[in-house]
Design a protein around this ligand. Structure first.
Ligand code: IPM
Ligand code: MN
Length: 352
């Protein structure tokens, strides 16, 4: 019997549906070539549904999504919906409810892609950020007092549990071993100021590190991490960090790897259901014009194949991405690729 993977497809808002369609095109080609079946279920969660129904996620959403082996997400964010509602109500809600405790974000500069970093090339930019994905400032702890008055107080607390931090750190060490490149994990923190939270992180980090004598350890404050990512990105192999710092440094990472058009990520629960997404957002102004770069979504699809155990197919999609990026595309930016969104998907599928 052929292997079957159940995939929940959530195109979402803006250009999400366009890029997801290209990801699915490539997935279908990979499935045909490598002899497995993808059984898709479609979910219309996003801004349009919210505006129509007034609910962000229906009651049974988590349960229905959990019946799948993985989720393939386009983008969440709608210009007519107040910021925060969809992001917290859908994206963060799913990351939390499905306990996707690692947000894995590879920062790879493919050959022939422009980076704003002078004199840096593909040999210098090849690392991955392991971002804690369920705690920190994102946990929603805190509150507001005397709102709207001159005495207003707003408190937003960073939650760091030993368990949450440790599982994320352990994932980073395992990943560094499996990746087998620099064999180094850098903790990105702020131990000089956030002396409660990052003291916990640092202790957990060095304790876990003892179990991995083959992996080097390093530490950088988050501000210095930003500096080194620009100055010496080749120093990094695997960076592990908290939710907020991970959010920030991966946007910087996306820029040095050629832009949001190429940056993919996976929200992972190694023991549960993971969700793969291009990290760039819904880019509403490009919606429906066939100009958005679907490569990040195709990269997310490739990460999903790898996670589903279709490693050969994943490697082959990665090679196809490299080929199309190196030999065909003029730019990673929307509208300047030299091809339409759908043609990029065709090219990657053909290169497979
Ligand atoms: C990301 C995004 C989200 C985040 C937003 C949309 C809530 O920026 O995936 O990086 O902050 O995690
Ligand atoms: Mn972000």
């Amino acid at each position: 019997m052929a292997r079957t993977h159940k995939i929940a497809v959530m195109p979402g808002d803006g250009t999400g549906p366009e890029v997801v369609a290209e990801g699915v095109k490539v997935l279908d080609k990979a499935a045909a070539k490598f002899g497995f079946t993808l059984d898709y279920s479609h979910f219309d969660y996003g801004g349009d549904r919210y505006l129509r129904t007034g609910e962000v996620l229906p009651e049974n959403a988590v349960e229905e999504l959990s019946r799948n082996d993985a989720i393939f997400l386009g983008a969440i964010g709608h210009p007519d919906v107040k910021p925060g509602i969809l992001e917290k109500g859908i994206l963060l809600a799913l990351r939390f409810a499905l306990d996707q405790y690692v947000n894995l974000r590879p920062i790879i500069l493919y050959p022939n892609v422009d980076t704003p970093l002078k004199d840096k090339g593909p040999d210098d930019i090849d690392f991955v950020v392991v971002r804690e994905n369920t705690e920190g400032l994102y946990a929603g702890a805190g509150g507001v007092l005397k709102k709207g008055t001159p005495d207003e107080v707003a408190i937003q607390e960073s939650i760091n549990t030993r368990k949450g931090v440790e599982r994320c750190i352990r994932f980073a060490f395992e990943y560094a071993r499996k990746r087998n490149k620099g064999k180094k994990v850098t903790l990105c923190g702020k131990t000089n100021v956030l002396t409660f939270a990052f003291d916990l992180w640092a202790r957990a980090f060095y304790e876990v590190a003892e179990e991995y004598p083959d992996i080097q350890t390093d530490y950088a404050h988050v501000d210095a991490t930003c500096m080194w990512m620009v100055k010496n990105p080749d120093w990094f192999d695997v960076i592990v960090t908290d939710n907020m710092f991970g959010d920030i440094i991966t946007d910087l990472g996306a820029m040095i790897q050629g832009g949001m058009g190429i940056a993919a990520g996976g929200n992972l629960n190694p023991e549960g259901v993971s969700m793969f997404e291009p990290i760039g957002g819904s880019a509403p102004k490009y919606t429906g014009q066939n100009v958005i770069n679907p490569m990040a979504a195709i990269g997310a699809a490739q990460m999903m194949l790898d996670y589903l155990g279709e490693t050969e197919a994943a490697a082959s999609v990665e090679q196809a991405i490299r080929t199309v990026v190196a030999e065909k595309m003029k730019s990673m930016s929307a509208g300047r690729m030299g091809y339409g969104t759908d043609e990029i998907g065709d090219l990657v599928a053909a290169a497979l």
